[in-house]
Design a protein. Structure first.
Lengths: 314, 290
């Protein structure tokens, strides 16, 4: 088990290392001089040169790469070219929107998917199953940003229950902030819930065919108890795998959904940074998102050991 | 979800067709997919109105007999734009699947045939690519080359590579221990030749099913990218872009946001049903598992 975990950990570190090389290399080929960009077109060549020196842009590429990586390890992502503040401050401000949004969506999608999947598995082959899985089939096909538009029309324009977009900030109080995240979270959660419901159903149907389920039924446990207590726990491994994979889709999804609702999150930050050619911000945010995906997948690997005690002794 | 089990149908292609036609998913999915493809093809020679012509007098019209789906803020016919937009969606998704298969399948087959370090390298490469969601790659590619349909294709295509590599590897690994492969090796065939002559034909159906799934995901991804402005650029109509334009105008004319979205949903639904139908027909044992 320790060997397995050590191996997964090493793979995660290696993945991040190669990813950082890719990100650095890709953004390094970009035309345009960040120093000139910061100072504007009227700056004297001397001033540009001085700033280049100060920003470390004159050092050889390998040195700059190592500086960049070493900086990130101590949470120093450099200074934004356009905002002239440390990238980490920008990220911290935006992550307060994106992370709650992704987490609320994850919780929502699990909260929707497990009951629906269990409902369908319980009624396998009957009308309830067909209706639930038909709905899931449609849910998978709906683009989250279009669903978001429908939600805005229904809840914000027509019923006027929640704002159509924007974010008041957590300083405005928890309730107004949560209200602003409500529609985006639902829009993100629905397609993921549809996928997860299908996986839950098939994983449950598989475990329901096992001998220990028959034993539990034979000793007189009601079907519902067997389903929730025995089958669901054993179906958790495939479900966890999908939830881990989904987290990366959720993160990517926040990039789009934040644009639909004008939420000041990481997604909007990255788009602004691209249009302003603020590459150090793009590099930092991309690496942060990649690192999140890698860490989440590592956690999923670890959680297998918690869910399945047999894996601990291996 | 480990290696898919491959059970071979004993009755060949005609049996496959018979089972496919008996599968409601297949029939509906095939019909919908064919319809969308036909719509895209027809748009090359005929659309109800010219999508490049702006008719300011006819702007923002609700659906009517003259304009079935209404007109947009430039007076362009929405139905015509959806027809032309289908081309863009299909082209991007198709090429992206092509890239995924073209690179992923050889990699997966190589990993399965060689094992050892080539296998390890391919799998670690997969881990690396999976750490970059397609949207993130698209963002980076756009940062370098600027937005456009080509970027969307590359970004989605790159993300497809590890998917096909995994499916091909898992499929091939299940075939290699089989007796007919042993016979081929005894006959003196090399690994490359066995892969081409025996492995590929036996995993082709698996790849086909994965192809329809990735095709559907590609349509969704392309719509998302063009919605945020990273995909096809105006004036080329694209479904995602139409939804972006509709967002600020849906208070006035909700149908603007309705039809492009429905087009996406119907296309993706059709492709998914088709994929389900094909896998049902190929392997009744796997029916309704995924």
């Amino acid at each position: 088990m320790t060997a397995y975990l050590a191996q997964r950990f090493l793979i995660a570190v290696a993945t991040l290392l190669v990813a950082s090389l890719v990100v650095f290399a890709v953004l390094e080929v970009l035309p345009g001089d960040p120093a000139r960009l910061m100072l504007g077109i009227n700056a004297t060549p001397d001033a540009v040169e001085a700033l280049r020196e100060q920003m470390g842009l004159n050092s050889p590429r390998p040195v700059r790469y190592l500086d960049w990586v070493a900086g990130m390890l101590s949470l120093d992502f450099g200074r934004s070219y356009t905002y002239s503040v440390p990238v980490i401050d920008l990220v911290a401000e935006r992550i307060a929107v994106s992370l709650p949004l992704a987490l609320i969506s994850l919780v929502l999608s699990v909260a929707i998917a497990i009951p629906v999947g269990a409902f369908a598995a319980q009624r396998r082959g009957r009308a309830g199953d067909a209706v639930a899985m038909g709905a899931a089939q449609v849910g998978v096909a709906i683009p989250n940003f279009w669903f978001a538009l429908l939600l805005i029309y229904l809840f914000a324009v027509w019923l006027r229950l929640v704002p159509a977009g924007g974010f008041p900030g957590w300083s405005a109080g928890v309730w107004p902030a949560l209200k602003a995240l409500f529609l985006p979270a639902i829009a993100l959660a629905l397609p993921q819930a549809a996928i997860l419901a299908r996986v839950t159903r098939s994983a449950l149907i598989e475990t329901l065919g096992e001998d220990y389920i028959r034993t539990a039924r034979a000793k007189g446990l009601p079907f519902g108890a067997v389903l929730w207590r025995h089958a669901l726990r054993n179906a958790l491994i495939p479900m966890l795998t999908i939830i881990g994979l989904q987290f990366s889709f959720l993160l990517a999804g926040t990039i789009i959904i934040e644009n639909v609702f004008y939420l000041p999150g990481l997604g909007r930050l990255i788009f602004q940074a691209i249009t302003q050619r603020d590459l150090i911000v793009v590099e930092g945010v991309v690496m942060l998102l990649v690192a999140t995906v890698v860490v989440v997948n590592l956690l999923v690997d670890l959680s297998y050991a918690i869910v399945d005690p047999r894996l601990r002794t291996r | 979800m480990d290696g898919p089990s491959i059970t071979h149908s004993q009755d060949g292609f005609s049996g496959f067709v018979a089972r496919a036609l008996a599968s409601r998913s297949f029939v509906v999915g095939f019909a919908v997919t064919a319809l969308i493809a036909l719509m895209a093809l027809v748009s090359f020679v005929w659309t109800p109105y010219d999508v490049t012509k702006l008719v300011v007098a006819d702007r923002m019209l609700p659906p009517s007999a003259a304009h079935w789906f209404g007109t947009d803020h430039f007076g362009r016919d929405v139905l015509s734009m959806i027809m032309v937009g289908a081309r863009n969606s299909i082209a991007v998704a198709l090429v992206a699947v092509g890239i995924g298969m073209g690179f992923g399948v050889p990699l997966g087959c190589l990993a399965a045939a060689r094992g050892g370090w080539p296998d390890e390298i391919v799998m670690r490469f997969n881990d690396l690519v999976f750490a970059f969601p397609a949207l993130l790659s698209a963002v980076m590619i756009t940062a370098v080359f600027g937005p456009g349909a080509i970027n969307a294709i590359i970004a989605i295509g790159i993300f497809n590579i590890p998917v096909f590599a995994r499916v091909a590897r898992a499929g091939a690994l299940a075939i290699w221990p089989r007796e007919f492969i042993l016979a081929a090796r005894a006959a003196g065939k090399g690994k490359a030749r066995i892969t081409v002559e025996h492995i590929l034909p036996n995993i082709a159906t698996l790849l086909l099913v994965q192809g329809t799934i990735q095709f559907a995901l590609g349509i969704l991804a392309e719509a998302g990218l063009s919605y945020v402005g990273l995909g096809a650029q105006p004036p080329m109509p694209s479904w995602g872009r139409m939804l972006f334009d509709a967002q600020t105008r849906m208070m006035v004319l909700p149908s603007l946001a309705l039809f492009p979205g429905l087009a996406i949903v119907i296309t993706v639904l059709g492709l998914n049903l088709l994929g389900d139908g094909v896998s049902d027909a190929l392997d009744p044992k796997l029916r309704r598992r995924a």
